[in-house]
Write a new protein. Structure first.
Length: 246
């Protein structure tokens, strides 16, 4: 049976429009209430910016055989045990017949502070995955096959995110592929290496400008970290688990 990719490109365009629209709506709501946060923070406090991508993931899971799986999106049901810390809150969990099928993180970043936020996102992504796989090794989820662990990032397409960045390392040289790499290129490298090091089943990064609120246009940086790779890997894992547990 062929995998069902649920017209993911159109759904992603709708998710991009919702992302920018929700940010603007959150800003406007805070302005009207007289409690506006400073800078870009006003656009993220509503916590709904990536809901369109959550809906896309939900559709992929349902369309590929796990119609009756527990797909958790509410905060109270998104906690997994950790190894280096007691628990970790995920963005989406899929449970079926008592087994962890998938754990997914959905992240975003807009300017202007790409540098500091890139480092924070990188440390968070690496730490989260290492913690989960160590807990898995110690049978925190019981004896079961490896779950799908995904990381999906949306970054603002802007001059600062596409511009070359200089780094300083006074004692030892920086890896050459990072020299002059923009933040978008660095996210691409990050996602590639998260997968190569088997920290995530798949990791994707897409980029969209603010005016995409009207069009939903988005771009990908490489085939390895593209949205189709993410969706296909998820669909394949879900279909395999549906066949195994059906």
């Amino acid at each position: 049976m062929a995998l069902d990719l649920v017209d993911y490109e159109q759904k992603a365009r709708e998710a991009v429009k919702a992302f920018w629209g929700n940010r603007e709506a959150a800003k406007q709501k805070q302005i009207e209430s007289g409690k506006a946060d400073q800078g870009e923070r006003a656009g993220v406090t509503a916590g709904k910016n990536m809901d369109g991508f959550l809906a896309l993931v939900f559709d992929v899971i349902k369309a590929n055989g796990l119609t009756h799986a527990e797909i958790h999106q509410k905060r109270a049901m998104l906690t997994l045990p950790g190894y280096f810390r007691p628990t970790k809150l995920w963005d989406l969990l899929v449970i079926y017949k008592g087994e962890l099928i998938a754990a997914i993180e959905l992240k975003s970043q807009v300017g202007p502070s790409f540098g500091k936020n890139f480092n924070n996102r990188t440390e968070e992504a690496i730490g989260t995955a290492h913690d989960l796989w160590t807990a898995y090794r110690e049978e925190a989820f019981g004896k079961q096959p490896r779950p799908f662990v995904g990381w999906l990032m949306m970054v603002e397409d802007a001059t600062k995110s596409r511009s070359p960045v200089r780094d300083k390392s006074p004692h030892f040289p920086v890896f050459k592929e990072f020299n002059g790499a923009s933040y978008l290129q660095r996210y691409d490298l990050l996602c590639q290496r998260l997968v190569q090091e088997q920290l995530y089943t798949t990791a994707a990064v897409i980029t969209a400008p603010r005016h995409a609120v009207n069009t939903g246009e988005f771009s990908e940086l490489s085939r390895m970290t593209g949205l189709k790779t993410f969706v296909t890997a998820l669909a394949g894992h879900v279909a395999a688990e549906a066949a195994r547990l059906g």
